[in-house]
Design a binder for this molecule. Structure first.
Ligand SMILES: *Cc1c(COP(=O)(O)O)cnc(C)c1O
Length: 448
C-alpha cells in the first residue's frame, strides 16, 4: 500500500490533536476512531486510511535457520535468543497500515532523529506461546493483550489498529515459529516462547509532535523460567534471625526459596495518578532500572513499588502484587491494589488470579489500596500468610520477604513454610496454558 493512495491536506485538516491525548478523554477519543468496519479514521470523516490487515501478510524465510539452543544454555539465560523470523508492519499518517511482513529476524533501520529515540514513543506487550501436553500450541487470553496494546499505543500518540487483525497477525507469526521453536518433546511438556509485540514511532524529525510514521513489530525470545529462582544465596549473608513477631530489625534473612523484595524509598516513584503507569510503555522502565540495580546489588530480586507518604503497596518489579492474609475481621483475604487511578498496570495474570479465586469462592477477594503499615501489622500479629508477584514473565512468584525501610517483613515462605495458595493458583493457570484442561482462556494457534 503506498501512501499516495490517499491524499490529504495536512495543514488544515482537524485531527485528534483537537483533543488532548494526554488525558483519559483523549485516549478514549482516539480509541473510538477505530470504527466497527475495521478502518481507522483520523478524525476527519472524509479521510479513511488503511487498517492493519492480516490477510495481506507475506512470509519470507531466512536462507538458513538458527540452531535452537537447550533451555538451560547461557544464550537462553541471557534472554537474547530470538527466533528465525519477525513480523513487521509499517504505518504512515497519510496511508495508514501497510501490509504486514513475516521475514527473517534482523536489525531495524532507523534515522537518528526517529521520535522513539528521543521522546519514548514506544509501547510493548509481553505474552507467551505454550506447547501443550496435547501437542497443541496455545496463547493465554491474547485478546486482553491486544486491547492493552491498543490502549498503550494510544496513550503515547501511536496509531490505533484493529485488535482483531493484530491477533490474526500474531497467530500467523506464532504459527510460523512454533514447529522449530516449540518442538513437541516427550520429556518437557512445559515449553514456551516469550512474545514481544512492540510499537515505535519512526518518523525522522525532531519536532515534538504526534508521530507521523510508526512501526509495529513482533519478535519471539526464548526465556528461562523466571518463576523458579535458582539463585545462589548472597555470599556471607547472615541467617535469618526473626523474632516470634515475624520481622526483625536489621537482620538479613536468607530464605530457602521465593522472591525477595526491596521496598522503594521516598525519593523514587514508579507511577502516579494521571501518569502512565497503567500503560505498558518503555518510559515506565528506563527510569526504574536504577532502583532495580540497587535491589540486585543488595541481594533482592525486585523492587516493591510504594506510593505516597502512606506507603501504598502497588507493584513488584514488572508484576502485579498480591497478599494473602487474615484481615482485621478474621477472614482469609486476598488483596491487591485497585486499577483506576493510573498507577497499576492491568495485568492479564492479575485479572486471571482474581477471576479464578472469585470463582472458587473460598477466600475473600478485595481490590483496594493497602499500605505497608497494614502488611507489617499483619506480620506482627501472625496474620500474614503469603505474598506473590503475578505477571507473564515471572508468572506466579511467591515472596519470601520484603525489606521495608529498616524492617524485614518475613512471609511464612521465608521461614521455611510453603506457599500453598500461590502454588495452587499457578498450577491451575498452567493447566489452562498447557491444555491439560480445556478452557476458553487457552486459545489454540494453527501451525503453518
Ligand atoms: C506487564 C506488566 C505486568 C504484568 O502483566 P501481565 O499481563 O500479567 O503480564 C505488571 N506490571 C507491569 C508494570 C507490567 O509492565
Amino acid at each position: 500500500m503506498s501512501p499516495s493512495a490517499v491524499s490529504r491536506d495536512f495543514t488544515s485538516s482537524p485531527t485528534l490533536d483537537t483533543t488532548s491525548k494526554l488525558t483519559k478523554a483523549g485516549t478514549e477519543s482516539a480509541l473510538s476512531k477505530v470504527t466497527s468496519n475495521g478502518t481507522t479514521t483520523t478524525g476527519n470523516d472524509d479521510i479513511v486510511v488503511a487498517d492493519l490487515d492480516a490477510s495481506k501478510c507475506t512470509v519470507t524465510h531466512p536462507p538458513t535457520f538458527k540452531p535452537v539452543p537447550a533451555l538451560d544454555s547461557a544464550e537462553v539465560l541471557s534472554q537474547s535468543c530470538t527466533t528465525d523470523h519477525m513480523l513487521t508492519a509499517r504505518w504512515t499518517e497519510a496511508g495508514g497500515w501497510e501490509a504486514p511482513e513475516i521475514k527473517p529476524y534482523g536489525a531495524l533501520s532507523l534515522m537518528p532523529t526517529a521520535s522513539v529515540l528521543h521522546y519514548a514513543t514506544e509501547c510493548f506487550e509481553g505474552m507467551k506461546a505454550y506447547r501443550g501436553a496435547d501437542g497443541k500450541v496455545r496463547l493465554f487470553r491474547p485478546d486482553r493483550n491486544a486491547k492493552r496494546f491498543l490502549k498503550s499505543a494510544t496513550r503515547i500518540s501511536l496509531p490505533a489498529f484493529s485488535t482483531h487483525e493484530f491477533l490474526k497477525c500474531l497467530q500467523r507469526f506464532v504459527g510460523v515459529e512454533a514447529r522449530r521453536w516449540l518442538p513437541v518433546d516427550e520429556k518437557d511438556d512445559e515449553r514456551f516462547v516469550y512474545l514481544r509485540p512492540t510499537m515505535i514511532a519512526t518518523a525522522p524529525a525532531l519536532g515534538v509532535q504526534k508521530p507521523k510514521e510508526a512501526l509495529m513489530y513482533i519478535i519471539a525470545v526464548l526465556f528461562p523460567r523466571l518463576d523458579e529462582p535458582r539463585r545462589m544465596p548472597p555470599a556471607g549473608a547472615a541467617l535469618a534471625t526473626n523474632g516470634a513477631n515475624g520481622h526483625a530489625v536489621g537482620a538479613t534473612p536468607r530464605p530457602s526459596t521465593g522472591m525477595r523484595l526491596l521496598a522503594s524509598q521516598h525519593d523514587i516513584i514508579r507511577a502516579w495518578p494521571g501518569g502512565f503507569g497503567n500503560a505498558k510503555v518503555g518510559a515506565n522502565y528506563g527510569p526504574s532500572l536504577i532502583a532495580q540495580g540497587e535491589a540486585r546489588a543488595r541481594g533482592y530480586d525486585q523492587i516493591l513499588w510504594l506510593f505516597a507518604d502512606e506507603c501504598f503497596v502497588t507493584e513488584a518489579g514488572g508484576s502485579n502484587f498480591f497478599v494473602l492474609w487474615i484481615n482485621e475481621d478474621g477472614e482469609k483475604e486476598l488483596i491487591t491494589a485497585p486499577l483506576g487511578d493510573g498507577t497499576i498496570l492491568e495485568g492479564v495474570t492479575r485479572a486471571s488470579v482474581l477471576d479464578l479465586v472469585r470463582a472458587r469462592g473460598d477466600v475473600k477477594v478485595v481490590e483496594r489500596k493497602f499500605t505497608m503499615d497494614e502488611v507489617v501489622r499483619a506480620a506482627d500479629q501472625g496474620r500474614l500468610l503469603e505474598g506473590f508477584g503475578a505477571g507473564t514473565a515471572f508468572f506466579i512468584a511467591p515472596v519470601s520477604d520484603v525489606h521495608f525501610r529498616g524492617l524485614d517483613v518475613v512471609f511464612p515462605l521465608g521461614k521455611g513454610e510453603g506457599a500453598k495458595f500461590a502454588m495452587g493458583i499457578k498450577d491451575e493457570l498452567k493447566s489452562i496454558m498447557y491444555g491439560r484442561i480445556q478452557h476458553e482462556w487457552g486459545v489454540v494457534v494453527e501451525e503453518l
